[in-house]
Design a protein around this ligand. Structure first.
Ligand code: P6P
Length: 343
């Protein structure tokens, strides 16, 4: 076989291994005028924590770190041991890295002051989303957003530093601890995915310039709550069934979101009478995924507003979330609008 054929066969396999996350971050740093490397270092700190959390998750059943931690978090949800471990790992890595002056975390009620007033950035993070799935070996994830601080470097942290709209994000990403572990992130120049090679302890570029299909045949929602959905959402779900679409709902936002990013589809977590603002949190779930999905050509809405334009009022505020393929999110907004006109 000629070398050309050999080469074309290899390219069919799509080998893009060779570009490590480190090298990619450094190469993209040049996209930032006057970048002095702090954001690059911050992303490396997140990747380091992800490697450590990945290891803890993989051995949870053996190291007696699965199961409940025995207390509730600020959301009123029972914390799992790995929720607490992940929160410690990410907070420690970001604090030691020195680039972050403040962190808001799903697991902590108040703003975390890292004691690094020279840090230029603020991070909002859900250290381990979907953690109730850990004990049954279902994929879980980490979700993070990065902002520039508003207050002067070296000064005390302010609420304005941490309560910023999604449009102000300088980076956002997620880690998916699944059949393989992936880190997917954007700094505003497209979305790229890296797969973790356990034997080398490195993330390698595996999904370059991810684009979400304009439409899809998958809808992700907890239909067990459908009696509590607004009529608009009930009508939308009915038309999904009439079109014989596929219902896929893992109960782990990052896993459902990632599948829909690659295949096309929509994830819905509506408001209900019980939870008028839905369940998902604006600051460290919806905003990050909204930035990512828009960078990939998709859309994220609360049914009426673009998620990225919502001005946050408190650290842990919840928001209804419709996110995924643009035409599908547009359709949901159409149902919401139609039902509000006739209400
Ligand atoms: P429900 C996990 O707790 C989570 O935040 C998301 O990862 C997931 O999609 C959703 O909540 C599941 O919530 O109410 O359907 O069990």
């Amino acid at each position: 076989m000629s070398s050309d054929n050999n080469q074309s066969d290899k390219s069919k396999l799509g080998y893009s291994v060779g570009t490590t996350l480190d090298r990619f971050i450094k190469s993209k740093q040049d996209d930032f005028p006057f970048a002095s490397g702090e954001l690059s270092q911050l992303l490396r700190d997140i990747a380091l924590a992800a490697k450590i959390v990945n290891r803890e998750i993989n051995r949870a059943g053996l190291a007696n770190i699965a199961g409940a931690f025995g207390q509730m978090n600020v959301q009123g949800e029972e914390q799992q041991k790995l929720d607490v471990i992940a929160d410690i790992r990410f907070t420690r890595a970001l604090t030691k890295g020195g680039e972050v002056c403040a962190i808001i975390s799903e697991e902590v009620d108040e703003i975390i002051d890292t004691g690094k007033p020279e840090g230029k950035y603020v991070v909002a993070i859900d250290p381990l989303d979907g953690s109730s799935n850990i004990d049954v070996n279902i994929s879980i994830g980490t979700i993070f957003s990065v902002y520039r601080r508003v207050s002067p470097i070296g000064s005390a942290i302010t609420k304005e530093d941490v309560l910023q709209s999604g449009l102000k994000q300088v980076a956002a990403g997620y880690v998916l601890y699944g059949s393989s572990t992936m880190l997917v992130y954007t700094t505003g120049n497209g979305v790229n995915g890296f797969t973790y090679e356990q034997s080398l302890g490195e993330f390698f570029l595996s999904h370059q310039n991810i684009r979400i299909p304009e439409t899809g045949k998958i809808y992700s929602i907890n239909e067990g709550s459908s009696n509590h959905f607004e009529p608009s959402i009930q009508a939308y779900i009915k038309q999904c069934k009439d079109k014989e679409m596929s219902a896929r709902y893992i109960g782990s936002l990052v896993a459902d979101f990632h599948r829909n990013m690659l295949k096309g589809g929509i994830y819905l977590y509506p408001s209900t009478k019980k939870d008028p603002n839905g369940k998902l949190r604006l600051m460290y779930e919806a905003q990050a995924l909204a930035f990512i999905v828009e960078q990939a050509g998709g859309k994220a809405s609360d049914g009426q507003r673009r998620i990225l334009e919502i001005e946050p009022e408190n650290l842990h505020q919840r928001v209804p979330l419709y996110i995924g393929s643009k035409s599908m999110v547009n359709e949901v907004e159409g149902y919401v609008k139609e039902h509000s006109v006739h209400a």
